[in-house]
Structure formats: structure tokens, C-alpha cells
Design a protein around this ligand. Structure first.
Ligand code: SF4
Length: 431
């Protein structure tokens, strides 16, 4: 058999669009909080990471502890449940305790059903919070809906706070949905039920925002969300919102679930939207294991934004998956040790080494891709695979710097990472 010679005349496949994310959807910027902890959501500001506690807010001790952990993990806004009188009474104490600990992240109160009463009965709570979240689907029903919604918006105006109007698939405004379903049934070209529900979600959020403006809340105090638990539905609803308004948008897949399912579903849905330029702040709603670490949702949100190239939070560790060439656990242990070491050290490194979050580290399992990938990183190590000489070359800025051997490879590599950081990001570094 003969083969035709390759020539440069072979046409390359056409790539539809390799130009990266779409231009950000233009939204009105909303300042949340005040002083050192204030963050801008929308208006072209970097996409903000936020999270929510799962403690009983009336338990001041537990809520303070979790708010602080979430903020220290990198949550730039923290939301707490305000569901009853005891919770509302606890809010100012939580705010004070956090301030004394130096935790300045804005606090958001999550209100359902009785927000109008709690905010009126607890002015110190209304003042201590930086933003109120209201759900147009359960803020009030029938003739009480408008007055209760208005009461919350008036509190926000009085105290100078932002409001997130958060529609939710699971608590959608049933009167609106029924009206739209009826109108659809009479239409000569009726839509599928899902499409009507999406329409109700988008209308519920936008109409409520317009009503808040009529009451007197400034446009730059309003953030919208319309959370759904199905990936394709979420993408569709947010595309509708972005096409119809310029309110700042809070993204999140509600009830994303546990473990890898929650991470994958949230990343898939929000990744698509962020790539299309939609979204000003994100929350990854993960169900923790019983007793699990709530801060995981912050790490996932940061990693989503960083791996997509929108923001940088902490050095990235590139590690190969390992294969039949890595029959010992040394490689996995080193990759885990380095990742944990970086996460543990980051709070201190952040202030001592400006720019350290841009560092790239590689931990590779064998000679096949190890040296190549390590050369692309700022600092990388290529461990010996099965049957290879027990030596681990370390590459720094693309050049082989040293070869490590013996039992102390992990500690020696961590020391080299530390030296590299000091040299490149420390006080004496040439910038
Ligand atoms: S670099 Fe080596 S150990 Fe890692 S996946 Fe590739 S072949 Fe396997």
C-alpha cells in the first residue's frame, strides 16, 4: 500500500470560534456592603464568589464560626438564613463578633414568607445586614403580596441596602404561572409547559425588580437570580434574563446535589453561562456530607472561575491522573501533599507574596509527559514511574534545576516551591 505524501496544501479544519469567552453581558454594578469588605457585583467587576451557611442563625457561636470559615476560604459575600425572631435577633451579634475577628465579608439575610415582619421588628438586624434576599414566589400571597414585598423594599431603601430578587423553580409564583399557563392554553401556537415555566421564572424576577424600582429602590441596588435544578433549564432561563434586562445577575444551580454530581452539574451550567458572558456573582450549592466541610462550595466556585481563566485565587497544581506506570502511591501522595500545602499556606502567602495566586505547579507521574508538562509549569516535578531510575527531576521556569532522590522527595520539593515563591514574589523580587 502506498500513502500520498503529506503536503502543506492539506486544508486545516475550520474552527468556528477559538477566541475565548464572549464579551461580558453589560449590567448595572451593585455595591454590596461598606468599608473594607464592600464588593461590587456587576458593572464589569470581577465575578464575585459567594456562599451560604447551614447553621441555625439563632446559634450565634456556630454561625459566626461558619461565616468566618467561609470568608477565610474566599467567600466574598456570605448569606445566612433569617427565618424567625430568634434568628433576626442574633444577626447584629453575629455581625459584631465577625467584625471583632476581622471578618469583613458582607452578610446577606435570606428571607422567605416573613421578611417584612422580621425586618420591621428587628431594625438592628435590618441595619447589620448588607443585602436582603427575597423570593417573589413566597414573599406574600394574593392581596398581601404587594404590600409585603413593598415593606421589604422600603426597609432596604431606609437602610441603604441592596436586594437580591431570587426566583426559584421550587417556589415559583403560582399565580403568575397559572395565568401564563391559561394564556398559553388559549394560544393558537401554545408552547411546551417547560417553556411557559421558564417564562414565568424570568417574568417573576424582572417584574419584581421593576416593581422595586417603582417603590423607589435604585437600579444599582438590585440583583436578580432565577435558580433551577436542571442544567439546560438554568442556561435557558439566564439567557432570557440577560437578553431582557441589565440588572446584575447572581448565578447558581439550585439543589445541585452531593459530591461529584453537584460539582459537575454546577460547573456545566455555570461554565456555559460564564463563557457566554452571563453572570456577575456565583454560588455553588453543594449538599455536604453529614458533618462535612461547608467551605468546599467556596473552593469549587473559585476553581471554576480560575480554571476558566476569569480570576486567580490560589496556585494551580497540574497533576496527571496516573496510570499503569504509577503502581505505587507515592505520586498520588505527593500531588495531594502539595495541593494541601498550598491551600494551608495561602492565607499567609497572600499578604506576604503579592501575585502568588498566579503560580503554576506540576506534579507528574512518569517520564512520558512528566518533563514536558513540568517545563510548562513555573515549577514542576516528574516522578519516576514503575521501572524507571528512582530519580525525580525538578524543572524551574522551563529548565531542569535539580534531581531529587530518596525518601524525602516530598519535603524537598515543598522546600523548593517555598524558595521559588520567595524569590519570585517576595519583598526582594524584581518586578
Ligand atoms: S505522565 Fe506517565 S504516569 Fe502520568 S498519566 Fe501519563 S503516562 Fe501515566
Amino acid at each position: 500500500m502506498t500513502y500520498a505524501p503529506m503536503t502543506t496544501a492539506v486544508p486545516l479544519p475550520q474552527v468556528a470560534d477559538a477566541s475565548g469567552p464572549a464579551k461580558r453581558h453589560r449590567t448595572v454594578g451593585v455595591r454590596v456592603g461598606s468599608g473594607k469588605g464592600a464588593v461590587l457585583v456587576g458593572g464589569g467587576a470581577p465575578i464575585v464568589v459567594q456562599s451560604m451557611t447551614n447553621t441555625d442563625t439563632a446559634d450565634i457561636e456556630a454561625t459566626v464560626r461558619q461565616c468566618a470559615a467561609l470568608a477565610r476560604a474566599g467567600s466574598e459575600i456570605v448569606r445566612i438564613t433569617v427565618d424567625r425572631e430568634e434568628a433576626a435577633a442574633a444577626v447584629p451579634h453575629i455581625r459584631d463578633r465577625l467584625a471583632k475577628m476581622g471578618v469583613v465579608a458582607p452578610l446577606v439575610g435570606d428571607f422567605h414568607y416573613n421578611g417584612h415582619t422580621l425586618l420591621a421588628n428587628h431594625p438592628a438586624c435590618a441595619e447589620a445586614l448588607d443585602k436582603y434576599r427575597v423570593n417573589p414566589g413566597n414573599v406574600g400571597f394574593r392581596d398581601k403580596k404587594d404590600s409585603q414585598f413593598s415593606a421589604i423594599v422600603e426597609q432596604a431603601i431606609r437602610h441603604g441596602k441592596a436586594v437580591r430578587i431570587g426566583a426559584n423553580w421550587g417556589s415559583l409564583d403560582q399565580e403568575l404561572l397559572t395565568a401564563l399557563m391559561d394564556a398559553n392554553a388559549k394560544s393558537r401556537t401554545p408552547l411546551a409547559a417547560d417553556a411557559v415555566t421558564r417564562e414565568a421564572m424570568a417574568r417573576s424576577a424582572i417584574w419584581s425588580a421593576e416593581r422595586a424600582e417603582e417603590i423607589g429602590l435604585a437600579r444599582d441596588r438590585i440583583i436578580l437570580s432565577a435558580k433551577v435544578s436542571a442544567v439546560q433549564e438554568l442556561i435557558a432561563v439566564y439567557r432570557m434574563l440577560a437578553a431582557r434586562c441589565d440588572y446584575a445577575l447572581h448565578l447558581g444551580l439550585t439543589e445541585a446535589g452531593m459530591g461529584s454530581k453537584g460539582v459537575v452539574a454546577s460547573s456545566a451550567a455555570m461554565g456555559v453561562l460564564l463563557q457566554q458572558g452571563i453572570g456577575d456573582t456565583i454560588r455553588v450549592s453543594l449538599t455536604p456530607e453529614p458533618g462535612g466541610d461547608r467551605t468546599v462550595e467556596v473552593t469549587v466556585a473559585q476553581e471554576l472561575l480560575q480554571t476558566m481563566g476569569f480570576r486567580t485565587f490560589a496556585p494551580l497544581v497540574a497533576a496527571c491522573p496516573g496510570c499503569g506506570r504509577t503502581t505505587s502511591t507515592v505520586f498520588q501522595e505527593l500531588a495531594r501533599d502539595i495541593q494541601n500545602h498550598i491551600r494551608d499556606e495561602m492565607p499567609a502567602w497572600k499578604s506576604r507574596y503579592p501575585g502568588v495566586e498566579n503560580l503554576n505547579v506540576a506534579v507528574m507521574g512518569c517520564i512520558v509527559n512528566g518533563p514536558g508538562e513540568s517545563k510548562h509549569a513555573d515549577i514542576g516535578i516528574s516522578l519516576p514511574g514503575t521501572g524507571e531510575t528512582p530519580a525525580a527531576p525538578v524543572f524551574i521556569d522551563g529548565k531542569k534545576a535539580v534531581t531529587l532522590r530518596g525518601a524525602g522527595i516530598a519535603d524537598a520539593f515543598k522546600a523548593l516551591v517555598g524558595e521559588y515563591i520567595e524569590k519570585r514574589f517576595g519583598a526582594g523580587a524584581a518586578r
